[in-house]
Design a protein around this ligand. Structure first.
Ligand SMILES: C[S@@+](CC[C@H](N)C(=O)[O-])C[C@H]1O[C@@H](n2cnc3c(N)ncnc32)[C@H](O)[C@@H]1O
Length: 322
C-alpha cells in the first residue's frame, strides 16, 4: 500500500519540522484546570476536532490512542486516567514517537500531576494494534482514519472493535466530504496524507462504523473544516469538507438497525399527558426527548403532526434512549 508509505514520509517530515495549522479547526483546544499543554505540543496539533469528552472520563479509563502525533490528546486523556499505562499510544513513524516522547517529557516538567509513565508509546499501526482482545475502555483516533482507503478503514475499525471491552467506545474525529471526492483527488497520495482527499461522505463513514459491528453512534460535533476550491483542485464546483467528532459504542446492533444520535428530539404534542410507544420511549407532552435518527423516522411516520421531530443539531450530548 504505497499511499501509507507516502503518509509515513509526510508525518516523518512534520514530526521533525512542525507544520502549524496543518489541521487547524474552528474550536479552541480543550483547556482543563491544572493542565498546561507545552507550546511544541500545541504546534503539533494535527487533529481536526476533539476525541476527548471530559464528562465521560471520570472512571480513569484505559485509553488506546492510535496515531499519537505530538501527543496532545494523549496528554489530555492522561489528565483523566492519571496512572502508569492508563494511555497506550500507537504510532508507526519513529520520528513521531520521538517527538511525542520529547513533548511529554516537557509536559512532565510543566504539570506537577503528570508522569511520563502515564502514556506508554508503542510502535505499531492501526491495522495490527499491539494489545489483547477486549483490553481497553476507549480507542481514540483524531484525523487518521480518513487517510485510509475505504477497505483499510474497515480493517482499522474492525481492529478497534477487537481491542475494545464490551460497551467500550471508539472516539474519533475525521474530515467528511459533503459530496463524493472525485477520483483524481482520491488518488493524490500527498493530499490524502494531509487529510484533504480521503474523506468519505457522512453516510459512507457511519455505514462503515456500523458494518464493523458498532451498535450505537453519537455525533458530538460537525463543523466546516476545509474548502476544496474549484480552481486549485480542478473541480466543477467547490467542495466543502466538514470535521465530524463521533463516539461509537461496542454494543450489539439492534434487530431494526443501529442507533445513530445526531441531536434530534421528539416532542409529543397530542392530547394525552404522555405518549408511550411500548418500545421503551416515553414522551411527556411538550418536553423534548432525545431520540436516535431511526426512532425519529419511526415517530414521524407513526404520528405525523402529533409528534414533532426537531432537526439534527449535530452536537449530541446525551439523554437519549433507543
Ligand atoms: C493527522 S496526524 C494526527 C495526530 C494526532 N492524532 C493529533 O490529533 O494531533 C496522524 C497521525 O497518525 C500517524 N499514522 C500514520 N499512519 C498510521 C497508521 N497506519 N497507523 C497508526 N498511526 C498512523 C501519523 O504518523 C500521525 O502521527
Amino acid at each position: 500500500m504505497a499511499y501509507l508509505e507516502t503518509a509515513a514520509q509526510f508525518y516523518r517530515e512534520v514530526a521533525q519540522t512542525p507544520e502549524v495549522g496543518l489541521c487547524c479547526v474552528q474550536s479552541t483546544p480543550l483547556q482543563l484546570p491544572g493542565l498546561k499543554i507545552p507550546c511544541k505540543m500545541q504546534e503539533m496539533n494535527y487533529g481536526c476536532g476533539t476525541t476527548v469528552h471530559p464528562t465521560e472520563l471520570s472512571s480513569q479509563p484505559t485509553v488506546l490512542y492510535v496515531g499519537v502525533g505530538g501527543g496532545l490528546e494523549a496528554l489530555q486523556f492522561a489528565y483523566f486516567s492519571r496512572r502508569p499505562g492508563g494511555v497506550i499510544a500507537i504510532e508507526p513513524v519513529a520520528a513521531m514517537r520521538e517527538a511525542a516522547t520529547r513533548n511529554l517529557e516537557i509536559a512532565a516538567t510543566e504539570n506537577p500531576w503528570f508522569d511520563t509513565s502515564f502514556v506508554e508509546i508503542k510502535a505499531g499501526d492501526a491495522f495490527n494494534l499491539p494489545v489483547a482482545d477486549a483490553a481497553v475502555d476507549i480507542v481514540a483516533q483524531n484525523c487518521l482514519f480518513n487517510i485510509f482507503e475505504p477497505e483499510d478503514l474497515t480493517r482499522a475499525l474492525l481492529e478497534a472493535y477487537r481491542v475494545l471491552k464490551p460497551g467500550g467506545r471508539l472516539q474519533m474525529s475525521d474530515p467528511i466530504a459533503t459530496r463524493a471526492i472525485p477520483e483524481h483527488l482520491r488518488q493524490d497520495e500527498q493530499l490524502r496524507a494531509m487529510c484533504l482527499s480521503g474523506a468519505l461522505t457522512y453516510d459512507e463513514y457511519t455505514e462503515r462504523i456500523i458494518n464493523a459491528g458498532f451498535g450505537q453512534i453519537e455525533i458530538r460535533a460537525r463543523r466546516p473544516y476545509r474548502l476544496l476550491d474549484s480552481q486549485t483542485y480542478k473541480l466543477e464546483e467547490n467542495l466543502l469538507l466538514e470535521s465530524l467528532d463521533s463516539v461509537a459504542f461496542k454494543v450489539a446492533i439492534p434487530e431494526d438497525g443501529a442507533c445513530v444520535f445526531t441531536g434530534k428530539t421528539a416532542i409529543y404534542a397530542g392530547t394525552e399527558s404522555l405518549f408511550d410507544d411500548s418500545a421503551g420511549h416515553l414522551l411527556q407532552r411538550g418536553i423534548p426527548a432525545a431520540v436516535c435518527d431511526k426512532t425519529a423516522a419511526k415517530f414521524a411516520a407513526l404520528k405525523p403532526g402529533e409528534i414533532i421531530i426537531t432537526d439534527s443539531t449535530w452536537h449530541y450530548s446525551g439523554g437519549g434512549c433507543c
